[in-house]
Design a binder for this molecule. Structure first.
Ligand SMILES: Nc1ncnc2c1ncn2[C@@H]1O[C@H](COP(=O)(O)OP(=O)(O)OP(=O)(O)O)[C@@H](O)[C@H]1O
Ligand SMILES: [Mg+2]
Length: 320
């Protein structure tokens, strides 16, 4: 049984409680109820998924008979229009074999027609059957994220539900609803972004003091989940609980862990219960292959300044 102690805090904004894995979007808007899909070129075939921004439906292109996925924003245009535009711009800029392809955008609602995938990485993990060598999937996931970063962008919501697999088991990174052009876009970052169990500590501990390095953290958790077939972090209901889970595995950071970035993180929030009985990562990662364990731990380095970059991830001996 672990004992906890409370330590001092300055300022911290906490997220409200939420269920297991939805994405946090701070733009609040009302749903556009009952907006049926009607388009002369496509016939709807059913719903594929539902996310924070709206529905994704399966459809058939009537002329070519090709099946597609169509992502539709179900909210008032005023609130989500800019993020929908951002997602479209992102998809058009990111042309890569491991990134979902945008076939076209349907006007006037800007519904996004995407290449159809077979399942999410989450579904694949839940099936508990390794049809393809995990290493091949991991390589593709890393190449996709490396490309996003190389193009000066960040995804900001990597999780198994946003990584798709085609029927040929090709990885396609999807859902660019939270993503950002880190070079051209000068707007301040959202205070909170992403999905709680996959959030890097800097998202939980700062108000927008994060970078594309949060993708490296989230990607490592997706890799861990793919290999172990279980989430590393699963039970937290809010930011504080999530930090406790992180500190339980990786140890509570001190000023030496946060060197060069102490100003962001110290003192830690007073509502944080610091775990005393540290489980440490050795136990959680012991069943991983040595090279993969080394890579995952480099990707899960708590201080973003010391975390491995994607460029070096793809050069790591496990990936090469
Ligand atoms: N191209 C596709 N092919 C097949 N299924 C898809 C495709 N795109 C999305 N989906 C399904 O729809 C779900 C939601 O899509 P997406 O993640 O893009 O939407 P979202 O509203 O941004 O989701 P969230 O905010 O919950 O992450 C996916 O998890 C997946 O199940
Ligand atoms: Mg999603």
């Amino acid at each position: 049984m672990s004992s906890c102690k409370t330590i001092q805090l300055t300022q911290f904004i906490s997220l409200k409680k939420r269920p297991a894995t939805p994405t946090v979007h701070l733009k609040i808007s009302k749903p556009r109820h009952g907006r049926a899909f009607v388009h002369p070129d496509y016939a709807p075939l059913g719903r594929l998924g539902k996310g924070a921004y709206g529905d994704v439906i399966k459809a058939i292109h009537l002329k070519t008979q090709v099946h597609v996925a169509i992502k539709r924003a179900l909210r008032e245009a005023t609130a989500t229009e800019s993020s929908q535009d951002d997602e479209i711009a992102m998809l058009k800029a990111l042309i890569h074999p491991n990134i979902i392809k945008c076939e076209e955008v349907l006007m006037p609602d800007k519904d996004i027609v995407l290449e159809l995938c077979r399942m999410t990485l989450g579904d694949y993990i839940d099936s508990k059957v390794d049809v393809v060598p995990v290493k091949r999937l991991i390589q593709q996931m890393c190449l996709g994220v490396k490309f996003i970063h190389e193009m000066g962008r960040a995804h900001f919501d990597l999780k198994p539900g946003n990584i798709l697999l085609t029927s040929d088991h090709v990885i396609k990174i999807a859902d660019f609803g939270c993503s950002r052009d880190m070079v051209e876009d000068v707007r301040p970052l959202e205070v909170k972004v992403g999905t709680l169990p996959y959030c890097a500590p800097e998202i939980l501990l700062t108000e927008g003091g994060y970078s594309c390095m949060v993708d490296v953290w989230s990607l490592a958790l997706c890799i861990y989940e793919l290999v172990i077939k279980d989430r590393l972090f699963a039970f937290a209901m809010d930011d504080m609980e999530q930090l406790q889970e992180i500190f339980t595995i990786f140890g509570t950071p001190d000023t030496s862990t946060w060197k060069h970035s102490e100003e962001y993180f110290y003192p830690l929030p007073s509502t944080l219960q610091i775990p005393q009985n540290i489980q440490r990562h050795d136990h959680s990662f012991s069943s991983l292959d040595n090279d993969l364990r080394d890579l995952c731990l480099k990707m899960l380095t708590m201080n973003q300044m010391d975390r491995i970059e994607m460029e070096d991830v793809i050069r790591h001996r496990f990936i090469k």
